[in-house]
Design a protein around this ligand. Structure first.
Ligand code: NAP
Length: 309
């Protein structure tokens, strides 16, 4: 039963992660409202009569309420699950509906989009998240929970955890409050930069990078030096062994960037390798290998008809 006094979880971006969170929160009886891109997406959602969560052999449909950004009604809590390149524009569309003390949870990969959103809504509390969950859209309005992971949440401005973490617990969303969320995001970003672009350029699985270990290690050294230069030395601790461990542990997997490229989807390059290269330029740090990798990746994306930003 939903308690009327409970704050609604507004979810902006009903894609893989948005559906994964929405269905689990709704299953726990919590109030959820999806915010669709536009009236046409809302129409197709209503025709489907709800979201379906697929876990192993089991699937269950949830008739979750939905609306468009221009609907009425204030927003107290907003989970943003758009891609990094869509987040700022999507939040701008609903910014006028945010209550003065609203809380936003930003689930984007990489770095850059979180700061852009936080600058757009200075009155709100922005909580950054880093997740190892794996989900994909089997079809519209149907999400497969492919990999059970963990989500770290944190706020670089105030370290006080929000009271709604217990609702995540209640919903079976594995999580923890992190007092160093920026270090986590930088660490994940560094791992991504050392692995994902090369898997695209060599068109290979993660494990195949063991044949290119010299190139991987050169990138790790440059990333470690850059992170230390930018004040994130902790995020670079033992990066080489960690990158090699991830390459081995995920040897059979295709990286998320590789999957995006093979499926003809826009990548989040600007918030991953692009962000790191911009950080190097802004702090007058020479990142020769990362810049060269960025150049090669941008050319590769262009050749495949994909945006390089
Ligand atoms: P996704 O499946 O592409 O979902 C993004 C959703 O955002 C889509 O449903 C899209 O709408 C919606 N959207 C875009 N602009 C919008 C707007 N202006 N208003 C309302 N909705 C809008 O992406 P995802 O895989 O969930 O990834 C989201 C973020 O989580 C990314 O940064 C990703 O790197 C990160 N992440 C994903 C996973 C994973 O396993 N999927 C794991 C960890 C982290 P349409 O449906 O209309 O296109």
């Amino acid at each position: 039963m939903t308690d009327q006094a409970q704050v609604t979880w507004h979810i902006l971006g009903a894609g893989s992660m948005g559906m994964l969170w929405a269905t689990r929160l709704a299953r726990a009886g919590l109030p959820v409202m999806l915010i669709m891109r536009n009236a046409e997406r809302l129409r197709t959602y209503k025709a489907a009569q709800g979201l379906t969560l697929v876990e192993g052999e089991h699937s269950q449909q949830f008739a979750i309420q939905a609306q468009t950004p221009d609907s009425d009604g204030p927003i107290q809590r907003l989970l943003v699950t758009c891609k990094a390149y869509d987040a700022e524009h999507a939040v701008r569309q609903i910014a006028g509906r945010l209550r003065p003390n609203a809380e936003l949870i930003l689930l984007q990969n990489g770095l850059g989009s979180q700061q852009a959103v936080a600058n757009l809504v200075p009155q709100a509390r922005c909580i950054f998240a880093s997740s190892t969950e794996g989900a994909f859209r089997e079809s519209d309005w149907r999400v497969v929970h492919a990999g059970h992971g963990h989500t770290w949440l944190g706020d670089s401005d105030q370290d006080c955890p929000p009271t709604w973490l217990k609702e995540l617990q209640q919903s079976g969303i594995s999580h923890e409050w992190s007092s160093n969320i920026l270090t986590r995001l930088w660490r994940k970003l560094a791992l991504n930069c050392a692995i994902n672009p090369l898997t695209v350029l060599y068109n290979c699985r993660n494990g195949d990078l063991q044949r290119h270990s010299d190139e991987v290690n050169v990138l790790c050294v440059e990333l470690s030096n850059l992170l230390a230069h930018c004040g994130h030395a902790e995020a670079a601790h033992d990066l080489i062994p960690e990158v090699n461990r991830v390459i081995q542990a995920t040897a059979n997997n295709y990286s998320s960037m590789h999957q995006d490229v093979t499926q003809g989807r826009r990548t989040e390059i600007s918030y991953l390798l692009g962000y790191v290269c911009a950080a190097a330029r802004d702090s007058q740090f020479t990142a020769m290998h990362l810049q060269a990798l960025h150049q090669r990746l941008s050319e590769h994306l262009q050749q495949h008809g994909l945006p390089c930003a």
